[in-house]
Design a protein around this ligand. Sequence first.
Ligand code: NI
Length: 191
Amino acid sequence: MATIEPSVPMPIAQLGQPVLRRKADLVPDELFNTPELLRLIDQMKVTLKSSGGVGLAAPQVFVTSRVFLAMTNPGDSDDAPLVEAFINPALTPLTEEKESSWEGCLSFLELNVLVPRFRAVRIDYSTPHGDKKSLELHDFAARVVQHENDHLDGILTIDRAASTLDIVKTSEIEAVLASRRKRTFKVVPKT
Ligand code: NI
């Protein structure tokens, strides 16, 4: 009897690895619904879970395919976080409005980066079984898929920062936020 090896967390490529800067390839039709693709998704899910992250793109586990996982309902009350696999995704902004928020990345946990993102996007994608789907996502979920989709094009949060001042060591983020609030407070009375 063939033994099925349990999935174990995969190594996550860290900042500086060329794989993070490559444009990933489309998943070809013949790969859908194969043990190879389903196994990759399973391994990525185990890796994401063990990392405690909210999204993971295939290039981060050294696979240059247009595949990522994203939690589309993190923080929702009683529901367990739903991790969905997005294959060959295409994003369309549903608003011109962007909002900036601090993002981490499993490929460089040491940094937090303030990144402007569209507040709402439509994502057209295929499931691992090859079904075509479309979702409209807002706020946090929209941000996560924009972050992960960037990974498929070799783009990282540090490339999206409006200023290098918006790249901060994770250990210092609270102090930086506090100092920015203080500065804002000092400036306001002068106006
Ligand atoms: Ni990332």
